[in-house]
Design a protein around this ligand. Structure first.
Ligand SMILES: O=C(O)c1ccccc1N[C@@H]1O[C@H](COP(=O)(O)O)[C@@H](O)[C@H]1O
Length: 216
């Protein structure tokens, strides 16, 4: 594990988005499969994006879903060759067990908001990674991080309303091990701005992970 932040760019939809994010040094790229999202792609496009991501370099291809049946989502992630499945929405421990049974070896990332799950902490559902996000994910919404420090959450990735101007301060004050962004690197809803992607990653790379969260 390096001492620089883990950086995920979420909601890629084109080969140009993939190239821009991978060439800028993203550690993971998110592929959104959720029809109400402006970043939604169908299963065939998702599979093509996974191929492009793997051809372009070593970044992880992450299938991102919202309230999709966990086992079905895991099977889809495995079928398209994704490296991880990011589950947003109303999931229980049993859903993660079902997903693991459907796709053994697939990394499962649990995305929650402390507003909905104030006790959330890393590994609670046997997940491989915890993302702490805004109550309304994908909306470019910042959230109150003071609740974050009420208890030890273990390692987590920070998401929700991040952008090139706030990512360094947000990451340093939260003690996150990584950051995840969608709206903040777009020129309009669902349209990635490749220059913003590059700037976001540069700013995130300027942060050294802290041993403990600083008070914001
Ligand atoms: O991006 C979306 O449209 C989306 C829809 C439903 C669930 C999750 C979604 N995206 C995730 O939300 C975070 C934060 O988004 P933003 O940066 O505040 O726009 C994003 O990183 C995705 O993991």
């Amino acid at each position: 594990m390096t001492d620089s932040l883990f950086v995920k760019i979420c909601g890629v939809r084109t080969r140009g988005d993939v190239r821009a994010a991978v060439e800028a040094g993203a550690d993971a790229l998110g592929i959104m499969h959720y029809e109400p999202s402006p970043r939604h792609v169908d299963a065939d496009t998702a599979e093509q994006l996974v191929t492009w991501i793997h051809e372009a370099g070593s970044a992880l291809a992450v299938l991102v879903v919202f309230d999709m049946d966990a086992a079905d989502a895991a099977s889809m992630a495995q079928r398209i060759g994704a490296d991880a499945l990011q589950l947003h929405g109303h999931y229980e421990h049993s859903d993660f067990s079902a997903a693991r049974a459907a796709a053994p070896g697939l990394k499962l990332w649990r995305a929650v908001s402390l507003a909905h799950d104030p006790e959330a902490h890393a590994g609670a559902f046997g997940d491989d990674l915890l993302l702490l996000d805004a109550p309304a994910p994908g909306a470019g919404q910042r959230w109150d991080q003071t609740q974050l420090h009420e208890r030890d959450r273990g390692p987590f990735v920070l998401a929700g309303g991040l952008n090139p101007d706030n990512v360094a301060q947000a990451a340093e004050s939260s003690g996150a091990i990584g950051v995840d962004v969608s709206s903040g690197v777009e020129s309009s809803r669902g349209v990635k701005d490749h220059a913003l992607i590059r700037t976001f990653i540069d700013k995130a790379r300027s942060v050294r992970k802290s041993a403990a969260p600083r008070q914001s």
